[in-house]
Design a protein around this ligand. Structure first.
Ligand code: COI
Length: 355
């Protein structure tokens, strides 16, 4: 599998963290994958090396102009010891969509998936097995030219690091409270809202801090022009169940095409439920709540999995959903997706790949 990947194993394996207290993104495994890009030569020198600091010129373009993209996926260990990845090709196809928008050279999807599998195999003892845990995989690409003019870099690094994780939100599967942002916006059509680039997250911090001060876990973004239509939640796509129908904002260029979002749509359809991708305004959500038709709300994402939403705050008006309890559809989606990911349920849609 690793024909073109050099592997150098660590001489100093780290102590593994307590699986019951992983949190999210705090611990990193013993190895990382690195590959370089040089204009005229393409991607080269694929290698797995001991996890270590990078040594970089302070003039590297990523530090100044933010030319960088990332992905997030997870590996799971099944009860019978197999290691599964969930739709990894989708992630690597999506990184190329981000690459294209950020003028970063694309990478070969098959090769990058093989590289990730090889790295996960090297560090497979790090995959936690406690309930609700997994090995989070973070591939990313950064511009490394030491140059202060504004243009695409001529050199890059593609790096993959691994982190054993528990739930992204301290609430776990319990409903989160979401603050609806009316002042700041995350993205506009024609911008980079549909890509996974660090700037989208940097731009979200101000609102996140405001929400936190008010006792909310995350922010729900409205569209950047009219502040009228619902876009997405900080690290998740968002779904609503209104009068029996599942509605999620359509992909119109300013929100992320989530892989968990796509998986939920497919699952819901396979269960015969009505799922609609369309624009939905915040007023429509408020009215549905006022008329007793807002039955459920939940977010979806690789890190967040399925995260039920128990409350929204829109300009001081509180929208309580399903009495702040997890809804039937959210629970079923959570159980099915995590069941397929962990190899407990039959993978009837062919989503998992074995390492
Ligand atoms: C993911 O869900 O994998 C993400 O990339 C969200 C991240 C910003 C925590």
């Amino acid at each position: 599998m690793s024909a073109n990947i050099k592997i150098e194993k660590t001489q100093n394996p780290k102590q593994k963290p307590d699986e019951e207290n992983l949190g999210f993104g705090r611990y990193f495994t013993d190895h990382m994958f690195v590959m370089d890009y040089t204009e005229g030569k393409g991607w080269h020198d694929a290698r797995i090396i001991p996890y270590a600091n990078l040594s970089m010129d302070p003039a590297c373009m990523v530090f100044h102009y933010g030319q960088a993209v990332f992905e997030g996926m997870k590996a799971y260990k099944t009860k019978d010891g197999r290691v599964l990845l969930f739709r990894p090709r989708k992630n690597m196809e999506r990184i190329n969509v981000s690459n294209d928008r950020l003028c970063i050279p694309t990478i070969d999807v098959d090769f990058s998936v093989e590289a990730i599998k090889t790295l996960v195999d090297v560090d497979k003892d790090w995959i936690p097995t406690a309930e609700g845990t997994s090995l989070y995989i973070r591939p990313f690409i950064i511009a490394t030219d030491p140059f202060l003019g504004v243009r695409p870099s001529l050199t890059y690094k593609f790096i993959v690091i691994l982190s054993p994780v528990g739930a992204y939100y301290p609430e776990g599967i319990n409903p989160v409270k979401i603050y609806i942002e009316n002042e700041y916006v995350r993205a506009v059509k024609g911008g980079v809202g549909f890509t996974k680039t660090g700037g989208n997250y940097a731009a979200s911090l101000k609102s996140q801090m405001k929400a936190k001060e008010l006792g909310y876990t995350q922010v729900l973004w409205l569209d950047g022009i009219e502040r009228k239509y619902i876009e997405e939640v900080g690290t998740m796509n968002v779904f609503f169940k209104i009068d029996g129908e599942i509605i999620t904002p359509s992909l119109e260029g300013s929100i992320l095409a989530g892989i968990t979002r796509d998986s939920c749509i497919e699952l819901l359809k396979s269960w015969g439920m009505k799922v609609t991708e369309r624009r939905i305004s915040i007023q429509e959500l408020y009215d549905a709540h006022a008329n007793g038709k807002l039955e459920e709300a939940f977010g979806t994402g690789t890190a967040a999995v399925i995260s039920p939403i128990g409350e929204f705050n829109w300009e001081g008006k509180v929208i309580t959903v399903n009495d702040g309890k997890i809804g039937e559809v959210s629970q079923r989606l959570y159980d099915t997706i995590t069941g397929i990911q962990n190899g407990v349920l039959e993978d009837f849609l062919g989503w998992t790949e074995e390492v």
